[in-house]
Design a protein around this ligand. Sequence first.
Ligand code: FAD
Length: 808
Amino acid sequence: QKKIIIIGAGVVGCSTAYYLNKMGQRNITVIEQGPLFETGGSTSHAPGLVFQLGFSKVLTTLANQTVETFKELSNKDQPSFYSVGSLEVANTEERLEDLKRKAGVGRSWGMEANILTPEECAQKNSLINPDEILGGLYVASDGIAKPLRAIDEMASFAESCGTKFYGHTEVTDIEVVDGQVKAVETSAGRFEVDLIICCAGFWGPRIGEMVGVTIPLQPIAHQYVFSNDLQELADETEEVTAPLIRDQDNAMYFRQVFNGIGIGSYQHRPLPVEVSEITKYGEAKEMPSVKQFTPEDFFEKPWQDAQKLIPGLKQAGVKRGINGIFSFTPDGMPLLGESQKVRGFWVAEAIWVTHSAGVGKQMAEWIINGAPTLDLELCDINRFDTYAQSPAYYKKRSIENYEKVYDVHHPFMPPETSRDMRVSPYYIRQKTLGAYFNEKSGWEQPQWYEANDWLVAKYEKTILKREGWAAEYWSPIIEAEQLHTRQHAGLYDGTAVKKRLEVRGEGALEFLQQLTTSNMDVPIGHVTSTLMLHELAGIKDEIKVIRTAASTFFVLCTGAVEASWIKKHLPVSSRIVIQDLTAGMCGLGVMGAKASEIMYSLDPQIFVRSEWEIGRAKEVFIGNVPVLAVYDSYAGTERWEFFTTSDQGLQLWDALFEAGREYQLIPVGDRALENLRIESLSLRNGKDFWSEHDPYEVGLDHMVDLNKQTFIGKKALIDRKEKGPKRLLTTLLLDDPSIVVMGYEPVFDEGKVAGFVTSAGYEYSIGKGMVYALLSPKSVNKESELSIEYFGQRYTAKIMTKSTAMTN
Ligand code: FAD
């Protein structure tokens, strides 16, 4: 068995050791610089509030798994989890609406959550002043975790399986040979190792530096205050019986601690801490993860707000407070998995107690089985492109996340800091055309163009006006661009859409054969849309592969995680080169009814129709710009995509724009493109399916060639095919033509949750809201009475049959 070293014995390190052992892994050593097990890290003073439900499915599931684990680790006298329930209260109408949406998303993720009136909230937790709130969200299964008790249990189990824990032992260096971890240097000597799991909390960046891997997290101090005893809690003998409270409008949370209250506040100015400033255990009076309390940050406003919500605090007053340190990341998600840069270097960083044991379980599955059962793409350490690894970027963005942690988050809300990281060569034209930008993988990407405002009047009768939540970060121009592109033509910036790799050299064909589910031995110039599966046959990505020479392939994949997956599978001594061309290359697409006419008018020699068939690619010149031209169909119309080097991108834009003028070609933003995608029944990785799904479940089995001798995941796929699907991706049309939903709403079959919406849009040719939904097969196969819950209201919907689609 592999020799594994876990760095850090906080709740994450111990959870990982526990699950690795549970799954039969041995030969594990845990190295901890502080004392065991109150180590002085963030876990040592975590108040342990567990609010499981969030808009993120992966985080909600990790939290569910943590609660389950902590409950298993409880005994009567020493519970590791108190199921006291939680209340998220609303002070504003906007928040109350957001909580209703959250309750719906909760049902999508299989969690029970209910909206209560102010009086009902006060009945659940009598400390609350109901006059201060408009209502609340109640989750009965939430509660308080006691991570140190759980750690004791988990570590004893690990020790009984042979795991060794070294306290007061600091990891000082890591030896890497030929890109693979070899040994760990510590204050107690050297340990040979095959695999390291860095669970060092906010010290993580320091461990990353030892192997040249960026761990983009920012330690931030956060205020937590203990009140004196409250009269109302005078008779309390238990540590906690009252539900936790979260008051997001005032950026605070509360829990009972015997006869007093613990109060956490995010209201204060951000207090970032440099890793180099953090003391070692024993150097300061307090633990290393605690900075001195700064009363001025608490008493000004948070304390006043706290007393309004819980009037009993006034008489009690404050006993003491801390500024405790924990980690924030640029996108608020944890950092998990093996670094693509150094083999055998795994991380499990920036994780709350709430998600800790779930992470431990998934890490163990990932290490032992080659893939976790849960899709962890959004948490993958390899998701950050080079631009995002600069401290200047990730520190600012992490601090922004801290400040907005309790804001109402709209899915289309753009970030404010660290913008203009990457711009395409057409950026100056897009600005002139009044592009409204959002960020995608660091690129500034137009969402719509104000220059197309004139189209709104033209399509006014057809455009479905959005209201409320759906109308935020929205413009009718999006719909006009969608309608106009279908009828005429649209020019879109494809630079940010996909990552562009060139795979070349002896063995490139065999390498791609192994990685994908389709036959890659196709003639030069062929475009193959195919899948990469992981070992358990979940879909890692849907990719496009273009054979540009006998041993050269141009690969379009979803993003940095998928690119790193491809690179990770390169055999160690291979002569294949994988070059990431993304930064130096740009993409442009022309689509719509007139797309081919435009191209023909531009160059009748090259773009003569008889020379092209769907799924063909050629290297040609447009004017003096060399492009790789790809011809296919999309959204029910023809599409041309062009890739060239960034230096000549602007010329290409101008040439296409000019040629399209007489065909009413318009620049079209990402949002209209997304609507067209949904309308044309095309699926998107990460949105409609992810690595938990197999091709049969989401209707992508036409991309699988089981006659191929081998490919990653083939054996597991045959197994899954035999067992049958666990869910089916289905298209639904809403009966009420005035309703459009946003995504992740629950779908009910005769009153019971049957699944949830993935992508949502509007099908203009039918005149109805359309969604994809992952449903239980039972609900797909019969004449089901389906409905979608949106902001607490149910709207009936029907499965879009082949005949409805055909009449479209
Ligand atoms: P840690 O507990 O910090 O463990 C990392 C360990 O690595 C440390 O013990 C450290 O000594 C060790 N280490 C580091 N470098 C080395 C080295 N070179 N050699 C050897 N060992 C090393 N989360 C919630 O879910 N709910 C809450 O209510 C909550 N409230 C919080 C309130 C406050 C005030 C704070 C500060 C945090 C709160 N958190 C909460 C967050 C939570 O505490 C942390 O996210 C979590 O404890 C992190 O666990 P960890 O195991 O990753 O890190």
